[in-house]
Design a protein around this ligand. Sequence first.
Ligand code: PHE
Length: 347
Amino acid sequence: MEDENIQLGPDQGDIVAEAQQEAEQASSSRALYETKMKFLGRTGKITALLKGMREIAAENRPAFGKKVNALREKLEELFAAHEARMKEKELKSKLAREQIDVTMPGRKAKKGGLHPITRTRQELIDIFAGMGFEVFEGPEIESEYYNFTALNTPADHPARDMQDTFYITEGFLLRTQTSAGQIRLMEQKKPPIKMLSPGRVFRSDDDATHSPMFHQMEGLVVDKGITLCDLQGMLDEFARTMFSSLSKTRLRPSYFPFTEPSVEVDVSCAACGGKGCPLCKGTGWIEVLGAGMVNRRVLENCGVDPDVYTGFAFGMGIERIAMLKYGIGHIRSFTENDVRFLEQFKD
Ligand code: PHE
């Protein structure tokens, strides 16, 4: 029997035309692949034809097989052509989609900056390190002994109420002042002493200029023949470097249990040069720190002979110094993490 007369099946007449039509309609590589599988896959039409071979008379089988193979080859060619076309089409549209406008301005990488408290703290350390001070950091959780008792503030002393204290357990608290570090250092080191102690302190206080957590910088100098003049000389130098070359300081009498005499230190207002303005409330002066000559009782508590050695101490709020230096109105700005505020302190 002639090959031409062998029929592949009643509805298999135009498999090629059918494949051609469906392949043309496929809209993506994925769809084209699925169409290809419909014809050439393991459960596709070609496989189905080969399975039907059993029903064909034995003498016709070779011719039938040949025909199916020819059909398979045709389909493979057909799909290969469509695949190449699809690949090109998809590449073109991908290139069109990913076009880069080289004239567009690039995205700026944002640079961070140091927090104003960190900057101020660093600046303070630089100023005093230049005068020979070394940095000593005490713990934030303190015993009542270091925070109060050794600083000449016994349990019934009214000065314990001057600072509203957060107690942790009986006898332990969050330090209310970096002055606690004075005692720790003097227990470890004999005079001459020149130390600077920066750190966080805690008080239950909250308004525009007070926050329950803030930073202090403590200074302590103990040696033979130290006087209040040494204190003022160093603070003048500090004010000139920190605020303005024209800055001056003034001492006013005050009270702290651990210093005698005690002083409150004002710096001439850098905003108005001392003439009087809203910042200094018309006085020409701004209070920046507490200080005084170390009380001889405190020296005795640390085993330092007050008849041989004298010393001065000072303690300033780092937030307060930063607020004055940068004209910051509210203490909460330091902890709100508003980038618009923080970005102003970049180099
Ligand atoms: N510790 C005091 C305060 O927190 C400040 C101070 C320090 C005063 C050292 C005198 C000497 O208010």
